[in-house]
Design a protein around this ligand. Structure first.
Ligand code: PAF
Length: 289
């Protein structure tokens, strides 16, 4: 298919895609809109995995806590659909809240478990239950063969992978590397909240990741300390957490750990919460072999 994507707003229409494309692979790219180059990379990757690409655009109220940025989260559907036309996306699913949650916004139907209460989950206690609830609902409606997520939201990726495995769903999960600006800042829909000086301050995120990577051969404590020192030198950036987690469990590694880790960082710049992440190997190079 080519040209402008077909914009679907009802669950019934989106549910028919599976039948309309019987025998073809469907890739789902779940988004909350305000699309940037990072999303477009997910979509380009999805195109290599399936004949049919469906992008969902839904700012999911269930994954925002009280006092978070649900109301100010950018909603740019028209611009988003135009960008998706350029990428040859087949379908955009942009439902209303009542369409997604006909029984109303009550308690999330999915629970993230212990990993959902740490890092992002500690700062945003209902976030991951709400995120999993909408992702499970999208999986149920669309029935994709593959879903594509961005690496930047590493904890989200871990939890979605865990949900798929626990339910034995026949859905592949593909992860696409983080897209960065020329100076290293990870693309995020929330970057548009940053003014010029905050945008400069936000560079502590990639700088801390670089410091962690440079010190990774020296081990956990050196790498973690190097990352935290970058934040210590930029007190206007309020560091929430900076840690190194085992990608298999998403728990912080102990000081004697050697091997693959995911560095995770969250900080508040002005009133904007940003996260960033990197995958690296800690300790001597032999540790990974
Ligand atoms: O990563 C996001 O944009 C959201 O958490 C997702 C996966 C679209 C669910 O609302």
């Amino acid at each position: 298919m080519s040209g402008a994507p077909k914009v679907l707003t009802t669950v019934r229409e989106a549910g028919q895609i599976r039948h309309a494309h019987d025998g073809h692979r469907i890739a789902l790219v779940p988004t909350m809109g305000a699309l940037h180059e990072g999303h477009l990379e997910l979509i380009r990757h999805a195109r290599t995995l399936a004949e049919v690409v469906l992008v969902s655009i839904f700012v999911n109220p269930l994954q925002f806590g009280v006092g978070e940025d649900f109301d100010r989260y950018p909603r740019t559907l028209e611009v988003d659909v135009a960008a998706l036309a350029d990428e040859g996306v087949d379908y955009v699913f942009a439902p209303s809240t009542s369409e997604m949650y006909p029984a109303g916004l009550t308690i999330p139907a999915r629970h993230a478990g212990p990993v959902g209460t740490t890092f992002e989950g500690a700062a945003r206690p209902t976030h991951f239950d709400g995120m999993l609830t909408v992702v499970a609902r999208l999986f149920d409606i669309v029935g994709p063969n593959v879903a594509v997520f961005g690496q930047k939201d590493a904890q989200q990726v871990f939890l979605v992978r865990q949900m798929i495995a626990q339910n034995d769903w026949p859905i592949e999960l593909d992860v696409v590397r983080t897209v960065r600006e020329h100076d290293g800042l990870a693309l995020s829909s929330r970057n548009r909240f940053l003014d010029e000086s905050q945008r400069g301050l936000a560079l502590v995120m990639p700088e801390a990741l670089t410091a962690i990577a440079l010190n990774a051969p020296l081990g956990v404590a050196a790498a973690r300390t190097a990352g935290r020192q970058v934040f210590a030198a930029a007190p206007l950036a309020r560091l929430d957490y900076l840690d190194l987690v085992d990608p298999k469990t998403f728990t912080a590694v102990s000081d004697d750990y050697q091997g693959p880790v995911t560095a995770v960082i969250a900080a508040v710049i002005g009133s904007t919460r940003l996260i960033d992440t990197d995958n690296l190997v800690l300790g001597s190079p032999e540790a990974d072999s």
